[in-house]
Ligand binder design. Structure first.
Ligand SMILES: Cc1ncc(COP(=O)(O)O)c(C=O)c1O
Length: 365
């Protein structure tokens, strides 16, 4: 019998970095402003298609389409791109995983800003590669600004950039980014999980056919309100790159229901725009109310605001007290953001409840 103390894990796994996702509560009654989900429900079109699928056993009996049809075709039409430039993935996290597996290694390390989506470090390490974190620069409204020129100096590497950036919400201008990428020998991975909140011209999807060293990752988790369904995709105009990425994909990586429901969400552009508008209105409400309460809000083009604690109460205490009101927000204990709180923009009533609760908490401080 094998010795249970024997280590069966390989060297990469033994050094694996673990990512801690935001808390998910199962009880009803909580206001979740901690994981940047959509405050509005998915499009009614999604529920209509869901109802049509009830009883269609064949969809479940058979394997799903290996490339994620009918969503793949719908995405190609939506972006006016060839299907060969797109890969449907199980959330955009899977797109990032495929990219790390297919493009990184000891000979090709990754580079990203020191402040960003912390999953990058995990995925890079778990792909057996190392990474460099480029220091942030302080600028008005954004103490953790991205230094795009410093990133671009890493010639020949794989550079990861969330646009807007996690966890600050800082947006890097797409036209400026396109210039930098055009002059670079690196592979640039632009993670557009929050890009819809930065306006219609903010996306790098417009440069997919021009820039062969660009991959864009996107998700249905935020503006399409489908985080629980796990649907994302990546785009690249580089066919060799796409072929390499496909080699790492599970045969049927996206399920048959998810591809149909996400296609239904994509088709409802009016609902999508309405969701974005509601979030932008909520973001401005939160910004002005949090500022009035003494928080320092950093500039954000995403569906969240990172804010420094007011003078009269420290962030961990505020976060703890908000739990008494059944409100969850994100705190990064032990990090350089220990004095900050990240608030996801909620629905109108949730934002009002948050501000009302904060007023009571701070009044008593
Ligand atoms: C910057 C960033 N990229 C990607 C993701 C992953 O999104 P998905 O739900 O598509 O896996 C997140 C999730 O919050 C994120 O913050």
């Amino acid at each position: 019998m094998a010795d249970s103390n024997r280590n069966f894990l390989n060297a990469v796994t033994r050094g694996a970095a673990h990512y801690t996702p935001g808390e998910q509560v199962n009880e009803p009654g909580w206001i979740k402003l901690n994981t940047n989900e959509s405050p509005l429900p998915p499009s009614p079109n999604v529920f209509r298609v869901m109802a049509e699928l009830v009883g269609q056993g064949d969809i479940l009996r058979k394997y799903s389409h290996p490339l994620g049809e009918p969503l793949l075709g719908a995405l190609a039409d939506y972006w006016k791109l060839s299907k060969e430039h797109l890969i449907v993935t199980n959330g955009s996290d899977e797109a990032l995983t495929l990219i790390c597996r297919a493009t990184l290694g000891p000979e090709r390390p990754a580079v990203f800003p020191a402040v960003t989506y912390s999953l990058y470090g995990t995925l890079v390490t778990n792909a057996g590669a190392s990474y460099t974190e480029v220091p942030m620069v302080e600028r008005i409204g954004q103490p953790y600004g991205i230094d795009i020129d410093a990133l671009a100096k890493f010639d020949g590497h794989a550079i990861f950039l969330a646009n807007p950036n996690a966890i600050t919400g800082e947006y890097t201008d797409a036209a400026k980014l396109a210039e930098v990428i055009a002059a670079s020998n690196s592979l640039w991975v632009v993670d557009e999980a929050y890009n819809d909140f930065a306006g219609p011209k903010a996306t790098m999807m417009q440069y997919i056919e021009k820039l062969q060293n660009l991959i864009v990752t996107r998700t249905f988790s935020k503006t399409h309100a489908l985080a629980g369904l796990r649907v994302g995709y990546l785009a690249s105009g580089n066919r060799g790159l796409i072929q390499g990425l496909l080699a790492h994909k599970d045969s049927y990586n996206e399920d048959a229901l998810a591809t149909r429901l996400a296609a239904a969400a994509l088709a409802d552009t009016a609902w999508h725009e309405r969701t974005i508008r509601a979030v932008l209105t909520g973001r401005e409400f939160l910004r002005s109310e949090l500022t009035a309460l003494g928080f320092t809000c950093f500039d954000s083009e995403a569906n969240y605001i990172l804010a420094r604690e007011p003078k009269n109460l420290v962030a961990p205490k505020i976060v703890q007290r908000l739990r008494d009101y059944k409100i969850l927000v994100r705190h990064y204990a032990g990090s350089q953001f220990a004095d900050c709180i990240r608030f996801s923009v909620g629905a109108e009533g949730e934002n009002a409840k948050l501000i009302g609760s904060l007023k009571e908490i701070l009044r008593g401080a």
